[in-house]
Design a binder for this molecule. Sequence first.
Ligand code: GLA
Length: 395
Amino acid sequence: MSGTTREPRPANRTAREFEKVYGYPPEGVWAAPGRVNLIGEHTDYNDGFVLPFALPQRTEVAAARRADGMLRLHSAYVPSGVVTLEVTGLDPAHPPQGADRWTGYPAGMVWALLDAGLPAGGADLHIRSDVPTGAGLSSSAALETATGLALTELYGIPLTRSALAVLARRAENAYVGVPCGIMDQMASACATEGHALHLDTRTLEQRHIPFDCASAGLRLLVVDTRVTHDLADGAYAQRRASCRAAAESLGIPTLRDLPYPELEQALGRLTDPVQRRRVRHVVTENERVARVGELLSAGRLRETGRLLTEGHTSLRDDYEVSCPELDLAVSTADAAGAYGSRMTGGGFGGSALALIDVDAEPEVTRALAEAFRRAGFAPPHVMAAEPSAGAGRIR
Ligand code: GLA
């Protein structure tokens, strides 16, 4: 409880900052990563398949219980100080707005735990993160997941990682008001180091497929276009609605229930050309997840490249969620020698990924900088991504 545990001075920076803010040391520090989706885009809300992996970048939450039912939130990035809320007063009908909007993620997580009838309570939290925000790399899922893990472990709530991810998604859908699927929270909660997470988003069945680029002489670059996206924007919800409508017209529960071999025949039964394109993307994308999964399992990493670029074309032309910066990142990386590349995440901005030979990194990075400069776009931020560990307690 707050003020009752006295530990030696903590070494972790987030813990140190917690102590500065609240005047006593935290009971622990929990971390959850951002994610990159290798393939399987806009399939999760269609009950389909995804193949993300966790980034080394993560959000840390230093936390301690409070006996008085108050939730105090502090972020290393928000100068306005500690935000104090009453746990029993958390209300999804009145999510925080404006400068305090960020508190909706941790507060929503606490609300989701309580709403599920779980015995969470008050807490002091301090948050620090190196997951880029607005880059399509799931900084929100990282914050929800780290908060959820902190609260469940502090209050001795036995939840599986999948169950935690489900509640984190509920926080985002119902409290923050973003209609996302389950992929990001599952990746942050369940991914393992050196593996991609093959996830059936209907059953939440997981397969951890070894994904070791380095020993194959390969590198995955993440190209943050610095174009910010906002999933709360109507376009994401519109895509969901049009998939739902198409499934209804086809008489199936979700587009996951349309097998790839039956795609052409089903397209013939849809009259709306937009719905036809959306369906073609979702069904071919599920098929690409299966094929990339098989190639990874067989250690044939380079051969996944072609499917990545095919996936991008489908997102650009059929699903229409790309943007000029993402298209330029993909065409430039491919022309500079990448095995394949694609936008990753919800789209309309954010990041692309490119699978390259380790040796090609300087050339691909240079080509990207040059192409963006010529197009008059802000310089992209390029980093290498290694499949890293999912959420956990770090002290
Ligand atoms: C966002 C959402 C995910 C998923 C992707 C698109 O990242 O949070 O649930 O729908 O877009 O694949």
